[in-house]
Write a protein that binds this ligand. Structure first.
Ligand SMILES: Cc1cc2nc3c(=O)[nH]c(=O)nc-3n(C[C@H](O)[C@H](O)[C@H](O)COP(=O)(O)OP(=O)(O)OC[C@H]3O[C@@H](n4cnc5c(N)ncnc54)[C@H](O)[C@@H]3O)c2cc1C
Length: 280
């Protein structure tokens, strides 16, 4: 395990912008992850998966970033699947297809890790992670604890796991067949390509939707589609996304978020809640 100093967060997040992290490390296994957390107790750290829902401000991050990308082991027994928290959702979907396990096809194309997706309660096409979670191993009080689903509060793009490093996630899936799974995954991915600006760096939807509030529709209605601040642009393809159209700084992104929130509050009297996480 190699702790690197002065690490550029633009290379660790899908927005491809942001400042420098003071320290950056990728533990190779759960023992190293636990040791780091013990050693770093009381000090500032941020756990990063694939950085696909995270923005690092331009001033950087004055602490240790622990990236889970090497914690990527998956096992299953019948329809119960256990993943280390850094398992990438693309790899997980391939593993599930190979082993004839269905249920998670909707997540195909979400560029995150299972740890990030559990923390965020990621979802799409009417499903979300919490529908499939059986239990989670977290690190608390210097030891690993198991939390069953009924001990965790999940809501739209939110969980009660705030401040709790996720080590492992157990999922309950169902028997299916490889061909059918791959067909579903491809359908989901085609739909994404059609609707989302996948050729530009972004962090997905910037704002949370509710039953009555669909941010992209409101942003469209206010004529904000395509509005730019510096290199940050409200996507012309999907107004719920801000994209880095080239050379955006995190300040550009944050200023554009503020512009949207103020316009929506002023003209529609609606407070849009941010979905993306800002490293602080
Ligand atoms: C093109 C695109 C499409 C997207 N589509 C969707 C979509 O359809 N649905 C959706 O819900 N999201 C979507 N997203 C957002 C994002 O991909 C998901 O939220 C994803 O699950 C985040 O995973 P991550 O590993 O990248 O998390 P990160 O961005 O690395 O982290 C997000 C949060 O989770 C925390 N975290 C990460 N790992 C752990 C851990 N092991 N323990 C504790 N906390 C942890 C971080 O500290 C941070 O607070 C999209 C993003 C992009 C760029």
């Amino acid at each position: 395990m190699n702790i690197v100093s002065s690490y550029p967060m633009a290379s660790a997040t899908t927005f491809k912008c942001g400042g420098i992290a003071k320290w950056f490390v990728c533990p190779d296994d759960l023992f190293e992850f636990a040791s780091l957390l013990k050693l770093h107790q009381g000090k500032k750290y941020f756990i990063l998966g694939n950085g696909s829902n995270t923005l690092c401000p331009d001033k950087g991050y004055d602490g240790l970033v622990i990236c889970t990308k090497n914690l990527n082991r998956i096992k299953h027994n019948e329809t119960s699947v256990v993943c280390e928290s850094g398992v990438d959702l693309f790899n997980l979907n391939s593993y599930l297809a190979e082993n004839n396990l269905g249920g998670l096809e909707w997540s195909y194309g979400i560029p995150g890790t299972i740890g990030g997706a559990t923390f965020m309660n990621s979802g799409a096409f009417g499903s979300s992670m919490s529908d499939f979670i059986e239990k989670v191993a977290i690190f608390d009080d210097n030891k690993i604890k198991l939390l069953y689903k009924n001990e965790i509060n999940f809501s739209y793009r939110k969980s009660s796991l705030q401040g709790l490093p996720i080590f492992k996630v157990w999922l309950n899936l169902k028997k299916s067949d490889k061909e059918n799974i791959i067909k579903q995954q491809n359908l989901v991915f085609e739909e994404r390509k059609l609707k989302q600006p996948l050729t530009y760096p972004s962090a997905g939807s910037v704002f949370k939707r509710t039953e009555n509030i669909i941010p992209a529709k409101i942003i469209d209605k206010l004529g904000l589609k395509g509005v730019k601040i510096g290199g940050a642009e409200i996507s012309k393809k999907h107004s719920g996304f801000i994209v880095n159209s080239g050379g955006a700084t995190s300040t550009d992104v944050l200023n554009l978020i503020k512009l949207i929130q103020e316009a929506v509050l002023g003209k529609e009297n609606i407070r849009l809640e941010q979905e993306i996480i800002i490293m602080e």
